[in-house]
Ligand binder design. Structure first.
Ligand SMILES: [Fe+2]
Length: 194
């Protein structure tokens, strides 16, 4: 019996370009890309071979590919890996006018989504609070996307490191977006350099 050929990173980048070329709306693009990430993560060794991580440690980000032609809303979608420490987490944030797809190659992370909630009896002339919408344990091979404006946190709940593949529809470094305090009513605009 012949073995199925490995889905390579280069084929993967080409398939992502194909999604951007054939679909224009962010939901359709995120869903199309999710399918290709699912396929790639069936064989996470492909990522591990490219990253060539040490047995322990190796934390941080590794950029794998930036596309100069396609992206959302501007050109420059980015494929990167985040090698996360145990308990690594962040605070509620969005991705500006862009969106992201997160896939877990190794380990487990917890995703939480948040949204603004207004008092039911006064949804216009009142102040909202940022409340948790739901939690999702994202295991190896699982893929989740976050559309423009969606707010989330990630938390590495694995005992060891987790390897997370992230597709940013536009390289988010130096893009204006927002982060918010937990359960609170305040936020701030920021640009991340990493
Ligand atoms: Fe994020």
């Amino acid at each position: 019996m012949t073995q199925a050929a490995t889905y390579t990173l280069e084929q993967f980048y080409g398939d992502l370009r194909g999604v951007f070329a054939s679909v224009s709306d962010p939901l359709g693009r995120a869903e199309g890309i999710r399918e290709h990430v699912r396929r790639l993560l069936k064989n996470p060794e492909v990522l591990e071979e490219r990253l060539d991580l040490p047995e322990d440690g190796g934390f941080g980000r590794v950029d794998l590919y930036v596309d100069e032609e396609y992206g959302h809303p501007n050109p420059g979608f980015l494929v990167m890996c985040s090698v996360q420490r145990p308990e690594q987490s962040n605070i509620p944030h969005d991705h500006g006018a862009s969106w992201v797809v997160y896939g877990v190659g190794r380990g487990t992370i917890e995703q939480r989504k948040y949204r603004w909630i207004y008092p039911e009896d006064n949804v216009f002339d009142s102040s909202p609070e940022l409340q948790e919408l739901g939690r999702y344990t994202q295991n190896e091979g699982d893929v989740a996307y976050f559309l423009p404006g969606e707010i989330h946190t990630t938390h590495n709940v694995n005992d060891g490191r987790s390897l997370v593949l992230r597709i940013e529809a536009q390289d988010l470094r130096n893009v204006w977006r927002h982060q918010y305090e937990f359960g609170g009513k305040s936020g701030r605009a920021y640009q991340s350099s990493t």
